[in-house]
Design a protein around this ligand. Structure first.
Ligand code: FAD
Ligand code: UDP
Length: 755
């Protein structure tokens, strides 16, 4: 909240409470954050219209008092939309935290109000992936936000010793629950659990809501301690042997994404849960989370949890690795970026107007120039060129012509359906991953997403083993049973070769995992991929692939791992769909520039080619792709299988359906065969190539009317997100330069007029 609190005034308009005293608005201001909590109080029995009119008057008062011209209305429930749907000059956020219509006593008008709110909302957040999947077709700018956790707050439970008085007397072992106790609780399950193990004690913390307390399971070993404050929770958690999520599996729990899972884990507790969809999705493979779908299974799982809890060394690292990846700060940054762009999108008219008015005087100053169909030429319709074109048109109001020599847009990220209708990537598999919230958020303006975490196996010694190398890889390859990070780290420490100065890709790997693993997983693959030995390649190449001592088998660990839901080509179509952008494919840069003059060129092709190879060719590595469609639904268990063996002519095989989630009777694969000749795909990171690039870069810097962006033009082995980031910052630099020169030019015009 800090950022909003300093930038803006935050008012939390609560759901109304009953009043004996007519219509009232109670407000409290938090002395630390400045957040105002406004609680409307209404007499019982008001007709819906009267009630909504009163609430609207109060909201208007609050908005008027805040004095802002443009407000953000953030809805946690569609019920509030009934009286706030027509407020002007506002950006609307719908924070959809649950499938509220499935809750007991849900008002009948809720679904209709939600549809109206969805239509009006500028951005929608959902409380988890299941909810996101259920809603994503209903909004263009919708984003999943699974719960995060205040790790430091709950981790206190790992060391706290002082027991709260009402828990101290309860015997152990204790199985605890905290949260709202309502119709989502499987009361029969709790009763059964208590009856089957009278020596276990079930501690229930939380308010009882919507259900009759008399219907709750009562037994000598079930203890209801009532609601506790957030601050008190770690002290209770500290005294439990395991933590429970005994949710009923029904409509009301289909879309829940319980925050308490991470809170329990942060507190160092083993968790036992029923198979809530998002719990299975995120935690199924963790030793510290036991999931059981039957009553007896749940009880067995509680027994297992109590045993597992005694050996935290075996599972706590895995928990901590997970916790390192989640934070409210990351959630906040991502939401703030999405909100900022939603607000910015609500004001484009004003921006475009300002840009137009600032350009009024320009034609008079440029009489020497021929008429131009566009002011800017962008060469290349890949990520670099398309991001530049979009920004230049949408933000600077420039007329842009984008050309590409290929017969399509999207550059190397181009995807299409093959003859069988399976979506495939023409230039090899492209998996989107980034840690940069602003890049993810920018691209979210042009696509909806599908959560996808890439997994890779490497065919080594006749086995398919997780790549990057992790503890499972080591255990399976060498027939070991290393059970902790420490043991795996010790295993590797015995094998690594000390390298005083890490320079090459070979150095990076042998110093991390030793020679045997290097030879098995890296040596052959690298020789094939690059046509040279790892000892001749810069360290940055193999450093892209980490080595792990845990069992995380994801290829990437970035905060955002998603595939564009409708494919990359669609994302590019949306990006380039702007009235100021024209696109011509099958078009060579040289042919266009011969005919037409532009104010500025953005060049995203190979930099050496731009300068007619004046200093010689920059080396690029190429690939041949063999796309194969098979008459079977699945070929391999994960997205990509790597083949480091030098005898196998290809490096990897990718099966797209894993990436795209497409359901189809057939499946399409791509085999990658490295090649010296062909399209330039990979700049080759070696010191002498970098030195040659520097000479071209010096020429590029001297071209003041040309901006060089992208993998080929800046000769960098960049991923898609890095290219997007590079283009966004190149645009900022350019527009700063122009805003200076536009001001100067206008100043000059005024002087001329005065003379
Ligand atoms: P490009 O996409 O190459 O676009 C440049 C465009 O310029 C091309 O379409 C070209 O035709 C055009 N052009 C060049 N010269 C001219 C000219 N003279 N006239 C007209 N047009 C011209 N990144 C990831 O993040 N995740 C991945 O999983 C991933 N996998 C990859 C797999 C492979 C096999 C390859 C090769 C790359 C992969 N990448 C991946 C990297 C990704 O492809 C690049 O980061 C990104 O596509 C670079 O965008 P760009 O716009 O700089 O270049
Ligand atoms: N690499 C390897 N074996 C593998 C995977 C990667 O030797 O199984 C090395 C190889 O040199 C490769 C580099 O690590 O070129 C980077 O791999 P990455 O998967 O990032 O390559 P990309 O997807 O960019 O082709």
């Amino acid at each position: 909240m800090t950022r909003f609190a300093t930038r803006q005034r935050v008012v939390f308009f609560e759901e109304p409470v009953a009043s004996n005293d007519g219509v009232r608005l109670h407000t409290k201001t938090c002395p630390r954050s400045g957040v105002v909590v406004a609680t409307p109080a209404l007499p019982d029995g008001l007709a819906a219209e009267e009630r909504n009119a009163s609430l609207r008057r109060m909201l208007d008062q609050l908005l008027a008092a805040s004095g802002v011209r443009h407000s953000v209305l953030w809805f946690y429930t569609p019920m509030m939309f009934a009286f706030a749907s027509d407020i002007e000059r506002t950006t609307v956020v719908y924070d959809c935290m649950d499938e509220l219509s499935h809750f007991r006593f849900a008002p009948p008008e809720l679904p209709a109000l939600e549809s109206a709110l969805m239509r009006r909302a500028d951005v929608v957040f959902t409380g988890g992936y299941s909810l996101f999947e259920a809603r994503q077709d209903r909004h263009d700018n919708i984003h999943p936000f699974p719960s995060s956790v205040d790790t430091a707050h709950f981790a206190a439970a790992r060391t706290l010793r002082d027991e709260p008085a009402d828990q101290a007397a309860i015997p152990r072992p204790r199985l605890g629950f905290f949260g709202v106790i309502d119709e989502r609780m499987d009361c029969d399950l709790v009763a059964h659990l208590a009856a089957s193990h009278p020596e276990w004690h079930v501690v229930m913390i939380g308010p009882v809501v919507k259900i009759d307390p008399a219907t709750l399971p009562r037994a000598r070993n079930v203890h209801y301690l009532g609601a506790k404050s957030y601050d008190q929770l770690p002290a209770y958690l500290a005294g439990w042997n395991a933590a429970l999520m005994p949710f009923a599996i029904n409509e009301a729990t289909r879309f829940i994404s319980p925050t308490k899972t991470l809170e329990y884990l942060a507190g160092g507790r083993v968790v036992v849960s029923t198979p809530v969809r998002d719990v299975v999705r995120h935690y199924d493979k963790m030793s510290a989370v036991q999931i059981a779908s039957t009553r007896d299974g749940f009880i067995e799982a509680c027994g297992a949890a109590l045993r597992i809890a005694k050996t935290p060394a075996l599972w706590m690292d895995e928990v901590d690795t997970l916790l390192e990846r989640v934070s409210w700060k990351a959630t906040f940054d991502r939401m703030a970026a999405l909100l900022d762009s939603a607000v910015a999108r609500n004001k484009p008219k004003a921006v475009a107007e300002a840009v137009r008015s600032s350009r009024i005087a320009l034609p008079a100053l440029r009489l020497d120039r021929r008429y131009k169909p566009a002011e800017i030429l962008v060469v290349g319709a890949g990520f670099a060129g398309s991001v530049m074109a979009e920004r230049l048109a949408a933000r600077s109001g420039k007329r842009v012509l984008v050309v590409d020599r290929r017969p399509h847009i999207a550059g190397n990220a181009y995807d299409a359906r093959d003859a069988s209708g399976v979506l495939f990537h023409k230039y090899g598999p492209h998996i989107f991953h980034t840690n940069a919230a602003e890049i993810f958020s920018y691209l979210s303006g042009f696509t909806r997403w599908r959560p996808y975490e890439h997994r890779v196996l490497a065919r080594v010694a006749g086995m398919d083993l997780p790549m990057p190398i992790n503890r499972t890889t080591i255990n399976r390859l060498y027939g070991l049973a290393l059970s902790s990070d420490d043991e795996a780290a010790a295993f590797l420490a015995d094998r690594v070769e000390p390298v005083p100065h890490i320079r090459t890709s070979e150095d990076v790997v042998v110093s991390k995992v030793g020679r045997d693993l290097f030879e098995r997983f890296f040596q052959g693959y690298t020789r094939k991929q690059w046509g040279m030995d790892a000892s001749e390649l810069d360290k940055s190449v193999a450093a892209r692939v980490p080595a792990r001592t845990n069992t995380d088998d994801r290829y990437f660990t970035d905060a955002f791992q998603f595939m564009p839901r409708d494919g990359y080509s669609r994302l590019f179509e949306n990006m380039l769909d702007h009235p100021l952008i024209d696109v011509q494919v099958d078009t060579e840069y040289r042919d266009v520039i011969r005919e037409t003059v532009f104010d500025h060129v953005v060049f995203t092709g190979p930099v050496d080619e731009y300068f007619d190879f004046r200093f010689g060719k920059l080396p690029y590595r190429s690939l041949q792709f063999r796309h194969v469609t098979l008459d079977q639904t699945q070929f391999q268990p994960v997205g990509t299988v790597n083949y480091p063996d030098e005898e196998v002519p290809y490096t990897r095989v990718t099966e797209y359906k894993h990436l795209t989630g497409q359901m189809h009777d057939k499946t399409t694969l791509t085999y990658e065969y490295p090649a010296a000749e062909g399209d330039p795909y990979y700049p080759v990171p070696r010191p002498e190539n970098q030195a040659l690039f520097k000479r071209y870069e010096a020429l590029a810097r001297a071209e003041t009317d040309v901006t060089f962006v992208g993998r080929l033009a800046t000769y960098r082995y960049y991923n898609m997100d890095q290219v997007v980031g590079q283009a966004l910052s190149a645009f900022k630099t350019l527009s700063r330069k122009w805003s200076g020169s536009v001001r100067d030019t206008l100043g000059a015009t005024v002087m001329t007029a005065g003379e």
